[in-house]
Design a protein around this ligand. Structure first.
Ligand code: NAD
Length: 484
């Protein structure tokens, strides 16, 4: 049985928090035992990260750090197949997704933030003093210190390096707590860190659960200088409370209940293709995915039929088979959660246009399968329409006017992402401006330029990451004022 260990101060170490099983979601079989970090292990990881700030890492120039970041990207790519297999075993996601998105983007993040830090500038202001003399202000960019990185399971390597890369680019050290569901690629990255010569203690990984375990030990640790988190809104609230002790900054990328708005002048073929991906990709386990769809009445029937067809078109099975287009969800618990919403929809009289249950996948009966599902007919205050399900499902409702479409989309405590589908430029601009979210896509979905601000409004998060916005969170600006 494979053992997955913590990575502390450059070494793989068993933790004092016991062991837990790591399962392959496609079969439900245990394929690894994960060693959980206890409080003393988290102390050791934070201590190692603190010491590393004072070691060679802390003295490195930006070009030296940049060269190491590029080696990390190359190091992941050199072991691409190992990262790919580890990610597929942890998540059950198809090779067609992981080889296209998770691993290449997981590596690319290091190059993106290497470029970013090389061109990062700070402000300079000349001023007059009260006695008519001159003074000069300039800002210095330095690291914040030890950053806690707490990650979810839906895009494990990608979302982790999205935070580790800018943190290291800015000269911080990190302690990563991967999701208990997906510990493998963060651990493998420890090997790459050593291979490319990242000094010990700069990158540490502690495994385990959240409450009263590694996650909470880390986020409540007094020697952590900042916390960056991606996950559920409820967990974000707990982390924000922990961060209040000692007034530590947080960056929170949280949940969503994203709306799609389809206008009757949309290009239907391209829209169904795009909206289909946004509802079902990664078995619906994408924070940016669409779970509420509003369609202008003239094309409502056409979209319902087209999306239901799309839902039925996925091929489920062995994720290592290139022909598989949909995998399982992450765990038995998550399957049960998703299915509980399917049951609630049925019990409330929803019209089920596709799916609605658990498919029978021959040879993989122990896997955590759910059917891609499309409903109509539920009220806007129904839990299926208001709560984040995080499964391959969406509810469709018709609207008549632009104002109504906007009001329906905004009727949510969340504000992460929206997609707008229209060939009318005026409609696209007007609606984009009025939607209360951090990210709006027009006639596309998940088209990412990593320099752009990324994050959520309302209950979907605090702060923006991406490009210079990441540098703002992962660095401390110090103003120097010199009377000349
Ligand atoms: P989660 O909140 O359950 O767990 C995320 C991480 O937090 C895990 O590592 C977990 O162990 C840890 N954790 C849990 N409780 C904790 C606590 N009290 N203290 C410290 N750490 C704790 O989220 P998940 O189920 O892994 O991921 C799915 C969620 O993530 C969805 O809500 C999804 O929308 C969200 N998400 C958001 C984005 C975004 O960019 N906004 C991206 C991906 C996923």
């Amino acid at each position: 049985m494979q053992k997955i260990l913590n990575f502390i101060d450059g070494e793989f170490k068993a933790g004092t928090g016991g062991e837990f099983a790591n399962k392959f979601p496609t079969t439900g079989e245990i394929f690894a035992e994960v060693s959980a970090a206890g409080k003393s292990d988290v102390d050791a990881a934070v201590g190692a990260a603190r010491s590393a700030l004072k070691g060679p890492w802390g003295r490195m120039s930006v070009p030296e750090r940049v060269s190491l970041l590029r080696k990390l990207a190359d190091g992941i790519n050199a072991r691409f197949d190992e990262f790919l297999a580890a990610e597929i075993r942890d998540t059950g996601k198809p090779r067609s997704i992981a080889s296209h998105i998770d691993i290449p983007r997981g590596a690319a993040n290091f190059n993106v933030f290497a470029d970013q830090i090389l061109t990062a500038s700070t402000e300079t202001f000349e001023m007059k003093t009260p006695d008519g003399g001159d003074a000069l202000n300039y800002a210095l960019r330095g690291p914040r210190g030890v950053i806690a990185v707490v990650c979810p399971w839906n895009l494990p390597l990608l979302l982790m390096t999205w935070k580790v890369a800018p943190a290291l680019a800015c000269g911080n050290t990190v302690v990563v707590k991967p999701s208990e569901e997906t510990p493998a690629t963060a651990t493998l990255l420890g090997e790459v860190m050593n291979e490319v010569g990242i000094p010990r203690g700069v990158y540490n990984v502690v495994h385990g659960f959240g409450p009263s375990a590694a996650g909470e030990f880390l986020t409540s640790h007094p020697d952590v200088d900042g916390i960056t988190f991606t996950g559920e809104t409820g967990t974000g609230e707990a982390i924000m409370k922990a961060a209040a002790n000692g007034v530590r900054p947080v960056s929170l990328e949280l949940g969503g209940k994203n709306a799609g708005i389809i206008f009757d002048d949309a290009d239907i073929g391209a829209t169904l293709e795009g909206i289909g991906r946004s509802c079902f990709a990664n078995t619906g386990q994408v924070c940016l995915g669409t779970e509420r769809l509003y369609v202008q009445r003239d094309i409502y029937d056409q979209v319902c039929e087209g999306l239901a067809q799309k839902a039925r078109s996925y091929r489920m099975g062995d994720p290592f088979d290139q022909a598989t287009t949909m995998g399982t969800v992450i765990s038995a618990e998550h399957r049960d959660k998703v299915i509980s919403y399917y049951d609630k929809a049925r019990a409330s009289g929803a019209q089920i246009l596709a799916g609605g249950g658990v498919p029978d996948i021959k040879g993989y009966e122990g896997g955590y399968w759910v059917e891609p599902t499309v409903w109509t007919g539920l009220d806007e205050d129904h839990p299926v329409v208001t709560e984040e399900i995080f499964g391959p499902c969406t509810h469709i409702r018709a609207f008549d006017t632009e104002e109504e479409g906007i009001a329906l989309a905004n009727n949510s405590p969340y504000g992460l992402a929206t997609t707008i589908w229209s060939t009318n430029l005026g409609t696209a601009h007007r609606v984009s401006k009025q939607i209360e979210v951090g990210i709006t896509w027009v006639n596309c979905w998940f088209l990412r330029d990593l320099r752009t601000p990324f994050g959520g409004s309302k209950a979907s998060g605090i702060g923006r990451e991406g490009g210079v916005h990441s540098l703002e969170f992962y660095s401390e600006l110090r103003n120097v004022c010199i009377k000349l």
